[in-house]
Design a protein around this ligand. Structure first.
Ligand code: NAP
Length: 244
């Protein structure tokens, strides 16, 4: 195990993130940095030296401190996954009609689904520049596809993921100039049985509702084989391209 090589998961308390960390821990290839608002939500946080848990409030200061640390230890980031995302909150639901749009709710969804992943990517850029070859997966969603939108609704969630995809495209184009070995993936995991999808699982056939473990396996597989030269890949859990 090369001491400065590591995998990093942001939103490590998510259903998909936790399953991925567990999978990578079992594979034992390298150290995993698990970044979450609360390390209590990350399974087995206490007992595994190969997994380092970092509690992070995602403030600019906290992200800068983490970035500085990775730079100082000359971290070689092999895989970076950003799982943070929300679909609904305590006092808002995905909108079905224009009449349900609410500025505070829209702000919150864009804050977590669009701005936060991009702020994380910005903070991680010095580490990506110094890394040998990094595969980055940011959890997007198929409903962020404009070309694939036939039902409408879910204005904020859809819009925040579309905006995320556009910003990721900009990042892919920018980063290819500084490190062409950084490959970026906007990823749709399918419908996964997690707190995020829980209220919306009715009507999803059992075979189309993935366990987090299955979703983690698929994500690892797609991450290992997608190939883009300095551009953004937008792929689903089968590795199939999704139209932007
Ligand atoms: N589940 C699905 O069916 C599905 C389908 C398509 C796309 N996705 C996408 O996959 C990703 C992971 O989803 P999941 O289903 O695993 O979700 P989840 O279990 O509900 O976890 C979501 C994570 O988002 C982070 N988060 C939530 N609110 C936040 C806030 N206010 N500020 C910062 N971070 C916040 C948290 O990370 P920490 O607390 O650990 O920091 C939380 O663990 C999301 O981006 C989601 O949009 C999921």
């Amino acid at each position: 195990m090369v001491s400065n090589s590591l995998d990093v998961v942001f939103g490590a308390g998510s259903g998909i993130g936790q399953a991925l960390i567990e999978r990578w821990y079992r594979a034992g290839e390298r150290r995993v940095l698990a970044v979450s608002r609360s390390i209590d939500t990350v399974a087995h946080s206490e007992s595994r030296p190969e997994i380092e848990h970092v509690a992070c409030d995602y403030s600019d200061t906290a992200l800068a401190t983490l970035a500085e640390r990775l730079k100082d230890e000359q971290a070689d980031v092999v895989r970076l996954v950003i799982c943070n995302g929300v679909l609904q909150g305590e006092d808002y639901r995905p909108e079905r009609a224009l009449s349900q749009l609410d500025l505070a709710a829209m702000r919150q969804v864009f804050e977590v689904n669009t701005f936060l992943p991009m702020r994380i990517l910005a903070a991680m850029t010095p580490a990506l520049k110094q890394s040998a070859c990094t595969r980055v997966a940011v959890l997007s969603a198929r409903v962020g596809s404009i070309g694939d939108n036939r039902l409408g609704g879910w204005y904020s969630y859809r819009g925040s993921k579309s905006a995320l995809n556009m910003m990721l495209k900009c990042a892919a184009l920018e980063l290819r100039r500084v490190n062409p070995a950084v490959k970026i993936l906007a990823y749709h995991p399918g419908t996964v049985d997690t707190p995020l999808s829980m209220p919306f699982q009715k009507g999803v056939p059992a075979e189309k509702l993935f366990t987090p473990e299955r979703a983690a396996e698929a994500l690892e597989g797609v991450m290992s084989r997608f190939d883009v030269e300095g551009d953004l890949a937008y792929l689903d859990w089968r590795g199939e391209p999704i139209p932007f």
